[in-house]
Design a protein around this ligand. Structure first.
Ligand SMILES: [Zn+2]
Length: 73
């Protein structure tokens, strides 16, 4: 799914920092230090970044597979 706009617990705006977080982590920086540099201090907000997983592409592939099956019957 898409990264949430706000933290589920405290409601702080977090989506504007997601792309920078991903970019820095992919370049090899430590996730905890990236969050510190972005000013994400509360642990409720930090877990939003650390536990998020982009599985949208996987869902799309299953949806396509299901659609193909339905057409062939
Ligand atoms: Zn929060």
């Amino acid at each position: 799914m898409m990264f949430p706009i706000r933290c589920f617990t405290c409601g702080a705006l977090i989506a504007d920092k997601w792309e920078e977080y991903v970019k820095k982590v992919e370049m090899g920086e430590e996730p905890g230090k990236v969050l510190d540099s972005l000013g994400i201090k509360r642990y409720c907000c930090r877990r939003m970044f650390l536990t998020h997983y982009e599985y949208y592409d996987e869902i799309v592939s299953f949806h396509t597979l299901y659609g193909y099956k339905e057409q062939s019957e």
